[in-house]
Unconditional design. Sequence first.
Length: 381
Amino acid sequence: MERTLFSAEHDLFRQSFRQFVAKEIVPNQPRWREQGMVDREVWRKAGASGFLCPWLEEKYGGAGGDFLMSVVLMEELALAYESGFAMCLHSDIVVPYIHTFGTEEQKQKWLPGCASGELVTAIAMTEPGTGSDLANVKTVARRDGDDYVINGSKTFISNGQLCDLVIVVAKTEESPKDPHKAISLFVVEAGRAGFVKGKKLEKMGMASQDTSELFFEDCRIPAANRLGQEGAGFLMLMQKLQQERLCVAIGAQAGAEQVLHDTIVYAKERQAFGKPISKFQNTQFKLVECATQLEVGRAFVDRVIEGHVAGKYLVKECSMAKLWQTEMAQQVIDTCLQFFGGYGYMLEYPVTRAFMDARVQRIYAGTNEIMKVIIAKQMGL
């Protein structure tokens, strides 16, 4: 079905970014996977080309575009099987916290560097013992005069090695009566005493993503680094998680579409018993099922994107998209992988890496079980 989301300007933006992907990303992917992270230089190149925070106002160094430009970037990265270059995390999950909740001084201080690629960002929510239970984080930020002193540990942090700024979720009350009102958000710069980047974690997939542990050991930051009011962190997180979950759904949908496309090409070329495997009825039926799931998924996620861009409250729908798109993508990719036979188990084939990369989509940004809890509450159950 024809998509109606994008304007001619978005189409030109897509063409430009597709050229950037072909030149600056695809040739480097094998090396990035081997070294376990992308090159720092690619962040600066993306910033110089206007591909970081494209929705950001020009006065802060952005391109003055919209969220649909970010959607273009997410889709094109997924189409290129790129799961390590965390542009979406930076531009559409972390930076919006500074843009929405930061003071004008904070925006002037950090946003231009975020747009240029001089500053790479991360967000530190998850802890070894908390997972999706954000209200029970153990990291504490204690007020000391004009400073805060942060102590605690975080894990599974994307951009953990490369980050220059990390938004830290921490308690500002150690034994609160209401844990939801004890959470605050802080911007911590890399290089501050007591901020320690731990080991880069070995993962099943996303080999070029520098997912890491982070530690805060009497890390002192100025009170001016707090985002918003003290104790308002949980509400800020809830406000921004809608877009984060939509971003996951967008990537899952586009990635599965590319896998199906490549599988159809392979099925037409692969010979078995004297004819292409695409001519066998079982192959046709399975691929038709995948294509149908993807068409239904595309119609739904595009409608959610349209509503989100219009500023609608779509917590339920974004949670549904994250739930359904990631489950569907895993199923489609698994079905497609089967047609590659033994080659589908070899890392040199993109479908193999796509299978491993897709699994975490059902876990991060809130597990799919948490999505069901949220949807149930939105339904009044």
